[in-house]
Design a protein around this ligand. Structure first.
Ligand SMILES: Cc1cc2nc3c(=O)[nH]c(=O)nc-3n(C[C@H](O)[C@H](O)[C@H](O)COP(=O)(O)OP(=O)(O)OC[C@H]3O[C@@H](n4cnc5c(N)ncnc54)[C@H](O)[C@@H]3O)c2cc1C
Length: 309
């Protein structure tokens, strides 16, 4: 099939594929700036809120047939989207993929569940381990992909099993070892989509867990910029260093390009004061990398994921 014909056909066929699934919604030409914590990004050709696992599986196969680029969006809290947007299908998990239950000391969560919800619900069960996640505004899927964490804890400390949809549309279980978790990364992007995870928590007292969770949250509020748009820490901490401290030592806090600024509160956050573009953010990223290399001879690598860039 010629490329031009394939381009128009896939939208029609995708709308047809989604039609019977009443918990899912397909839209076209959707601005991604509203879907990211940065508040930045052009339009996606198509945006699917998928509420049924069967549809997700069908979409995995569909994208292969149509050679369609796809991107799984969590809460967009670790993401910078191009000003030109994304020429493909963005998928967000809702409905059947956004659920949470407990069995003994295990938490079973759909990948669409928010991390703060997981943290609060675990505290209500008197289960300890995920207190760190109250201040992480992402989904469980995004948390697993990034091996998100704070205060010395992270998802890989807890996860025992993960269920994914493969690129060819099979549902498979993988172990934590197979996910190859490392500091703020995993090999889960080898699969099409993470759909659920089992986490092993530790029995404790409701009051103790709640207090610990709230204390960590309070500390985060006091040391990180939570009000304006950002994507959390821009850079991974280089071995033996804090990226925020290095940026601070290079006197880069407050450096601004357009509406993008190195946060005055935490050097590893870049904040959007309203109208920053993805280009402003990337220019600032480059400036920081060059200056830290020049002054401290250390390479900073991005933690934030890029889409369409
Ligand atoms: C104010 C603020 C504070 C933050 N604090 C922290 C912190 O303390 N610690 C920390 O680690 N991070 C922190 N972050 C970053 C971010 O919240 C985490 O990385 C979070 O886990 C990302 O989840 P998300 O759902 O938003 O993922 P997104 O940003 O939407 O996506 C991130 C990556 O995960 C992939 N992904 C998401 N869901 C799935 C899925 N179901 N299947 C396959 N791939 C998927 C995406 O494709 C993308 O590659 C912070 C961010 C902000 C804005």
């Amino acid at each position: 099939m010629p490329v031009a014909e394939r381009l128009t056909t896939w939208k029609v066929e995708l709308a047809r594929l989604c039609q019977p699934y009443t918990n899912s919604k397909i839209c076209f030409d959707v601005p991604l700036s509203k879907q990211t914590y940065f508040g930045i990004g052009g339009r996606a050709s198509a945006y699917l809120e998928v509420g049924e696992i069967d549809l997700l599986v069908a979409v995995a196969r569909f994208k292969n047939d149509y050679r369609l680029d796809t991107f799984i969006l969590g809460r967009g809290s670790n993401l910078l989207v191009s000003d030109k947007g994304f020429d493909g299908l963005v998928i967000r998990l809702v409905g059947q993929l956004d659920w949470l239950t407990f069995e003994g000391t295990s938490a079973l969560a759909g990948a669409g569940v928010s991390q703060p919800k997981l943290s609060k619900a675990s505290a209500r069960q008197g289960l300890s381990g995920v207190e760190f996640a109250l201040g992480i505004p992402g989904s469980v899927g995004g948390g697993l992909m990034m091996n998100a964490g704070a205060w010395g804890s992270c998802f890989s400390d807890l996860v025992t099993q993960i269920r994914v949809v493969t690129e060819s549309g099979e549902i498979v279980e993988i172990s934590a070892d197979q996910a190859k978790f490392e500091y703020r990364q995993s090999c889960l992007d080898d699969y099409f989509c993470i759909i659920e995870a089992e986490m092993q928590l530790v029995e404790s007292e409701i009051d103790t867990v709640t207090q610990q969770m709230q204390q960590l949250y309070q500390q985060k509020m006091e040391t990180q910029p939570f009000v304006v748009g950002s994507a959390g820490c821009m850079f991974k901490n280089p071995e033996g260093h804090s990226a925020g401290r290095l940026i601070d030592l290079c006197s880069l806090k407050g450096t601004r390009i357009g509406d993008a600024e190195v946060s005055q509160i935490h050097g590893n956050f870049i904040v959007n004061h309203g109208n920053a573009s993805a280009k402003d953010i990337l220019d600032l990223v480059e400036l920081i990398q060059l200056e830290v290399k020049k002054q401290r001879s250390i390479d900073l690598h991005l933690e934030v994921k890029l889409l369409g860039l």
